[in-house]
Design a protein around this ligand. Structure first.
Ligand code: ADP
Length: 162
């Protein structure tokens, strides 16, 4: 069984994430979507780890071989504990590349886990959770950029915080 992981904070999950997870699910037998639950960063998040995981469960519900999990600490430890052979990352633009290459090489030096880069679909290349939140906060229409359930949760959370 070849297992892969798509890691991230998914605050919240966007259509760009779902696209990468879906493509990873076509390449591997089983895919974990691993949500970083690092407590030190939690104050800067709009959604709790549990909320982010619940949104992912629904957004990836159509993919039979995808499982959502939380992880704390090193991603390479998560890979070792769950028999994961590859980390799948989406690359949006060359600006992602420097950091992702460094991270991939560090992870490989820790456990020899492979990193597989998947080029983002052109329609999502500008898409980032941070930008979606920023645009939504100022009333912009992000309905084509996130799954409908995320749009609902985002609208509700931003209204609470306003
Ligand atoms: P982080 O918290 O690491 O910035 P995100 O939760 O925003 O991560 O995204 C997790 C991963 O999903 C990214 O590292 C990247 O590989 C991928 N990703 C994010 N947005 C897109 C997108 N629009 N297209 C393709 N891949 C993406």
């Amino acid at each position: 069984m070849r297992r892969a992981v798509c890691p991230g904070s998914f605050d919240p999950v966007t259509n760009g994430h779902v696209d990468i997870v879906q493509r990873a699910a076509g390449l591997f037998d089983e895919v974990f979507v691993a949500v970083g639950v690092n407590r030190s960063k939690s104050s800067s998040r709009l959604f709790t780890p549990e909320e982010r995981m619940a949104m992912l469960e629904q957004a990836c519900g159509h993919l039979d071989n995808v499982r959502v999990a939380g992880f704390e600490g090193l991603l390479t430890d998560f890979c070792a504990e769950n028999d994961v052979a590859a980390i799948v990352k989406g690359l949006r633009a060359v600006t992602d590349f420097d950091y992702e290459l460094q991270m991939a090489q560090m992870n490989a030096s820790l456990t020899e886990v492979e990193t597989v880069f998947v080029p983002t679909s052109p329609e999502y290349s500008f898409l980032a959770s941070s930008l979606v939140k920023e645009v939504a906060r100022f009333g912009g229409d992000v309905s084509g950029l996130v799954p409908p359930l995320v749009l609902e949760a985002l609208t509700a959370r931003l209204a609470e915080r306003a």
